[in-house]
Design a protein around this ligand. Structure first.
Ligand code: SF4
Length: 361
């Protein structure tokens, strides 16, 4: 007789009640789920991990999300923005080391000056690397014009996390004002896709007030939105944020990690050919967190290329690892994790989302 987990894993399409059962599996009972995800990864996208050199461009942000350490109301933080030269140097490092892709991430700003600066940097990176370096942007909610200008200047991918697909929970995580509405976030995600980007989103796992039903809905949301890339990880509290008040209601941190790994595995099974990141938040909880995410189906890693002097000022959550690692050390530790997971590194390959390539055919 088949084990109940094995029985669910044989289904073509997973329904919400089945997803709920699988999300809650604890070690060692989740090993079958992770093994299935690893098999699906091998068949659909191969055992190859793509590097995206991460540049944390600026911690200036006009918003004040209740969970985020760089929110505008955190007055204890020293604000910074990389110089053009520093961005170009980081992009050059990625290109020289055959990463083939970078991510430019920052708090949300929408001034014309910001939009123009990013556009100019994209043009310079394209020229410097003969268009060989692909760029993912993660610069928050913007107007269509900004998205088009950046796309035309050479950005191929955009990541905008929905953070939770439950509008009521979204409200509890953000100030109630026009800048922080769930509908605007959702519309913006659709806009990004319409402009033509490889479109990524993600959620936090283990938030206060979040239920296992919410997490199952998040996975179904990704499937219905037909996303190309995902980046999700455990919620880790930051003491200078309003949500810190609810820290005693959270699941134990190790449980948040196990659920996150199950979410990665489920998403790989539900959407076999998308790109899924092994996120740094997982590494914060377990020194083998990212490696375990690769074994559960993830295929993207982001070595941090932000100059060391700024890293302390880009803390979205507590205890972020690798603050003292320079770009070389960050790359080397990830190379080791990838080797231990038995995967290869896709040096010099863009590693576009296969899902996206099939979607636009
Ligand atoms: S989550 Fe993003 S938009 Fe919200 S405060 Fe942090 S950086 Fe700003």
């Amino acid at each position: 007789m088949l084990d109940p987990v094995e029985k669910i894993l044989q289904k073509e399409v997973l329904h919400k009640d089945e997803i709920i059962t699988l999300i809650q599996l604890k070690p060692p009972y989740n090993s079958l789920l992770h093994q299935k995800a690893s098999d699906v990864k091998e068949k659909s996208v191969g055992k190859v991990v793509y590097f995206r050199g991460l540049i944390e461009y600026s911690n200036r942000c006009s918003k004040s999300c209740y969970y985020c350490g760089i929110r505008s109301h955190n007055t204890l933080l020293k604000r910074y923005q990389l110089t053009d030269k520093e961005v170009i140097e980081a992009a050059n490092y990625a290109h020289q080391n055959r990463f083939a892709s970078i991510v430019i991430q920052s708090g949300e700003e929408s001034s014309q000056k910001f939009i123009t600066t990013i556009e100019r940097l994209l043009g310079e990176i394209r020229q410097l690397t003969n268009g060989e370096l692909h760029v993912t942007l993660s610069l928050g909610e913007q107007k269509e014009e900004a998205y088009r200008r950046w796309f035309d200047a050479g950005a191929q991918r955009y990541l905008l996390r929905i953070e939770t697909s439950n509008p009521e929970l979204y409200k509890r995580l953000h100030p109630v004002d026009k800048m922080h509405t769930y509908n605007r976030r959702l519309e913006t995600l659709s806009l990004i896709k319409k402009v033509g980007y490889q479109t990524g989103t993600g959620v936090m796992i283990g938030l206060p007030f979040q239920t296992v039903e919410d997490l199952a809905d998040d996975l179904i949301f990704f499937r219905e939105m037909d996303i190309d890339m995902a980046g999700m990880g455990p919620y880790i509290e930051h003491e200078e944020t309003p949500l810190f008040e609810y820290r005693n209601q959270l699941l134990p941190i190790q449980e948040r990690l196990e659920i996150s790994l199950n979410m990665v595995a489920l998403l790989r099974i539900m959407m076999p050919n998308i790109n899924i990141a092994a996120t740094t938040a997982m590494q914060t909880i377990d020194p083998q967190g990212r490696e375990r995410a690769l074994l559960a189906g993830a295929n993207v890693m982001m070595p941090n290329l932000t100059p060391l002097k700024y890293k302390e000022s880009y803390l979205l959550y507590n205890n972020k690892p690798g603050l003292e690692d320079d770009a070389e050390e960050s790359k080397e530790s990830m190379e080791e994790e990838i080797r231990r997971a038995g995967d290869k590194i896709g040096y010099g390959e863009w590693g576009n989302s296969r899902h996206y390539e099939l979607r636009i055919k």
